[in-house]
Design a protein around this ligand. Structure first.
Ligand SMILES: NC(=O)c1ccc[n+]([C@@H]2O[C@H](COP(=O)([O-])OP(=O)(O)OC[C@H]3O[C@@H](n4cnc5c(N)ncnc54)[C@H](O)[C@@H]3O)[C@@H](O)[C@H]2O)c1
Ligand SMILES: [Zn+2]
Ligand SMILES: [Zn+2]
Length: 374
């Protein structure tokens, strides 16, 4: 079938993207779903910094690639062997397909699925196929999803069926920002009620960590960003103390406000300076969790002795160390109960044609989550 998708062809386009138009909205050919695959009609797709990082070359990926990885959709057709989804079902799409058989999957860590990671790196579906073409040229899939498109073929293992009564547009956020941000708090850090938390980098992901920390019962919640507008929003969402990362006394101020530093700091900004700040605002014995995805060549110099003598922990968190089929319904349940108000992060609802302008807004720190609504 024919559909329309936002395709990245080259990595040389610089901001403002509304003018340079790195994403071309094109008619593409989409093959029928193969065994274990599903044809979906996209409902909504969020603009995440990880898409922006592919556009800017911070996350090197093969091109041409159809971008987008945070989405909700409805099922149109199932391929052979898919018996637990049917046309009309609503799904949240998850950006690491989990095979269910590899060692990380068997250890209960599907976010680290090895065939899933390999397929994502190559821009293929879990089956090893690419189902998108323009003429003879195959288009790479972004993280098994390619959500900035009216339709997509995805692995069944990229889908979590939505059973709850949530607005299907808002459900898109749960595929990346919520799964990553909340999961970093509850799965990776296992934050305990009464502990203190700090979030450095208040985009869609960081704000979800802030909401997750509040839901998990954190006492002090420190919020840090370069934009005062983000700090104001963070206070609205439950931050108890905010400071601008540009403040030369930021570390001292956080330590004073939290009597020696926070139990857990979450680095959600994507730059080494934010990682350093996150490490330095934790207390002795504290933990720093990072979920951001900086350029592969960027290195963070760690003072090794502080790790040892102060018994600190540094942990990475990929898709919030999630088990998608367990966590997506849990977080949707918390949202529907009013305890995880992630809809407050929503900005503009864009037509696909305006997607480049949406990335300008994200790049400038003007949005947390804009959605392309189909
Ligand atoms: N681990 C995962 O599975 C996963 C999933 C989604 C996104 N990510 C990554 O998480 C990061 C955040 O994504 P997002 O969509 O929320 O991005 P975003 O652009 O919306 O937010 C980043 C925020 O960090 C702030 N920031 C930048 N430099 C800073 C500094 N030095 N100190 C403090 N704040 C600073 C920005 O002002 C912005 O508000 C990105 O690196 C993205 O690629 C990782
Ligand atoms: Zn994302
Ligand atoms: Zn696996």
């Amino acid at each position: 079938m024919k559909t329309r998708a936002a395709v990245l062809h080259t990595l040389d386009k610089i901001a403002p993207f509304a003018d340079s138009r790195p994403l071309a909205i094109e008619e593409v050919e989409l093959d029928a779903p193969g065994p274990g695959e599903v044809l979906v009609k996209m409902t909504a797709a969020g603009l995440c910094h990880s898409d922006l990082s592919v556009i800017t070359g911070v996350r090197p990926r093969p091109v041409p690639m159809a971008l987008g990885h945070e989405a909700s959709a409805s099922v149109l057709q199932v391929g052979a062997g898919v018996h637990d989804l049917k046309p009309g079902d609503h799904v949240v799409l998850v950006f690491v397909p989990s095979c269910g058989h590899c060692l990380p999957c068997m250890e209960g860590r599907p976010a680290l699925c090895e065939p899933g990671a390999e397929a994502n790196g190559k821009g293929e579906l879990l089956s090893g196929e690419r189902r998108l073409h323009v003429g003879p040229q195959a288009i790479h899939h972004h993280m098994g999803i390619s959500a900035f498109a009216e339709h997509a073929v995805v692995s069944r293992r990229s889908c979590v069926k939505i059973e709850q009564d949530i607005d299907p547009v808002e459900a898109a956020l749960f595929g990346c920002a919520v799964l990553t941000g909340v999961g970093a708090v509850v799965n990776t850090a296992k934050l305990q009620p009464g502990q203190s938390a700090a979030v450095v980098g208040l985009g869609g992901v960081g704000m979800c960590s802030l909401l997750g920390a509040a839901a998990a019962g954190a006492k002090d919640i420190v919020a840090i960003d370069l934009h005062d507008s983000k700090l104001a929003k963070a206070r609205e969402l439950g931050a108890t103390f905010t400071v601008n990362a540009r403040d030369p006394d930021a570390i001292a101020k956080v330590k004073e406000a939290t009597r020696g530093g926070v139990d857990v700091a979450f680095e959600m900004a994507g730059v080494v300076a934010a990682m350093e700040l996150s490490y330095r605002i934790t207390k002795r014995g504290g933990m720093t969790v990072t979920a951001s995805l900086p350029h592969p060549q960027h290195q963070w110099p760690l003072q090794q002795v502080s790790l040892v003598a102060e018994e600190r922990t540094v942990k990475g968190s990929y898709i919030g160390s999630c088990v998608p089929a367990r966590d997506v319904p849990r977080y949707i349940g918390l949202y529907l109960a009013g305890r995880l108000p992630v809809n407050k992060l929503l900005g503009e609802r864009l037509p696909l044609a305006d997607i480049n302008r949406g990335f300008d807004r994200l790049d400038a720190g003007e949005s947390m989550r804009d959605l392309v609504v189909f």
